[in-house]
Write a protein that binds this ligand. Structure first.
Ligand code: F6P
Length: 364
């Protein structure tokens, strides 16, 4: 029996379970393959005792519409930076990658499918360079990977954010208020821009286009006539003022290396007030609601396509590569070419022009 190990790494994302199910369904058509899952990314392999779950048809039954991941995930640590506690109570990290590869051989693992974002695929590439038979499946709600046209989970996040804009419009209009709704996306403004266009927002602030608060104020004020009116702003968590910084807090969680972005929506309201806005204002942070719940049909389909393709790449021994959607094909790219190339909004993007055509202020 040959064995493929599947794992999910990084932040969870609607559609992960649909990928896992598709891998298992495709593998079950081959007589000699078994699928196993490592719990919490590579932790399941690295822990003593190991935590590995058999992924058979029963284990994945009906999970294609479930949010989250049945094999759990983590965005901390990993085989190259395993956290260890020092005698003085501080933490440092050690490289356990060689030990892990030996363990995988001992466990009879013939191939690994790593479902994750840029950080996870960097780990895939390093493991591939050490000789591991590994394939990447791209995953992120942020749509910030340039090696694939799209990732599952992103459209679901946009849908959730749009629904929130729709809801805020009614309460904002009823109270003659200004709302700043903060959405995820890290350094990419895709979720914000799509939700702003789909929800009919007045202002959209994104990381790629630092804003001038006076331009934002101009737009907000234009929405009021003699104190009556309302405005809804969609603010990406990575947005920042011209000559200013992103809003973030230091994350004390052991092994967490990313910046914990958040807080820009309340900062924008503070700046608006200082600039002379006297409307009632509220901010809303959508946060992890954007990652929870069921994936929309589009994401389930893309996830299923990625899962089937990933297993077929295992059969064809196409290691060191990442599944990629290049419309209309589900194909693959070299992992080393896929990583570290972020997909960010550029000023000449069609969606920027659409925003401008609709009169959505980008704060410029
Ligand atoms: O990359 C996905 C994402 O949801 C980002 O949009 C967000 O900044 C980050 O992860 C949040 O991470 P965490 O789950 O660690 O708070």
């Amino acid at each position: 029996m040959k064995r493929v190990l599947v794992l999910t790494g990084g932040g969870d994302c609607p559609g992960l379970n649909a990928v896992i199910r598709a891998i298992v369904k495709r593998a079950s058509q081959e007589k000699d393959w078994e699928v196993v899952g490592s719990i919490q990314a590579f932790n399941g392999v690295l822990w003593e005792p190991t935590e590995i779950k058999i992924l058979d048809s029963k284990a994945v039954k009906g999970i294609h519409y479930q949010g989250g991941t049945i094999i759990e995930t983590t965005n901390k640590g990993g085989p190259f930076a395993w956290p260890v506690k020092n005698n003085d109570g501080t933490w440092s990290s050690v490289d356990r990658s060689d030990e892990m590869i030996r363990k995988l051989q001992f466990m009879g693992i013939d191939a690994v499918i790593n479902i994750g974002g840029d950080g996870s695929q960097k780990i895939s590439q390093l493991l591939y360079e050490k000789g591991l038979n590994i394939i990447g499946v791209p995953k992120t709600i942020d749509n910030d990977l340039s090696a694939t046209d799209s990732t599952f989970g992103y459209q679901t996040a946009v849908e959730i954010a749009t629904d929130a804009v729709d809801k805020l419009v009614t309460t904002a209009a009823s109270h003659n208020r200004v709302f700043a709704m903060e959405v995820m996306g890290r350094y990419a403004g895709w979720i914000a821009m799509n939700a702003a266009v789909a929800g009919g927002a007045d202002v959209c602030l994104i990381p790629e286009i630092p804003y001038d608060i006076h331009k934002v104020l101009e737009k907000v004020q234009s929405r009021f006539v003699k104190d009556r009116g309302f405005a809804v702003m969609v603010v990406s968590e990575g947005a920042r003022p011209k000559n200013g910084k992103m809003s973030f807090t230091k994350n004390e969680e052991v092994g967490y290396e990313n910046l914990k972005l958040g807080g820009i929506s309340s900062q924008v309201l503070k700046e608006l007030k200082e600039a002379g806005c006297n409307a009632d204002m509220r901010n809303v942070m959508l946060g992890h609601l954007q990652r929870g719940g069921i994936p929309i049909a589009y994401d389930r389909v893309l996830a299923a396509q990625f899962g089937v393709k990933a297993f077929e790449m295992v059969l064809n021994k196409e290691f060191g590569r990442m599944v990629s959607y290049q419309h209309p094909e589900i194909t693959s790219v070299l992992l080393k070419e896929a990583i570290g190339r972020p997909n960010l909004v550029t000023l000449d993007n069609a969606l920027v022009k659409t925003c401008q055509g609709l009169g959505i202020s980008l704060g410029i």
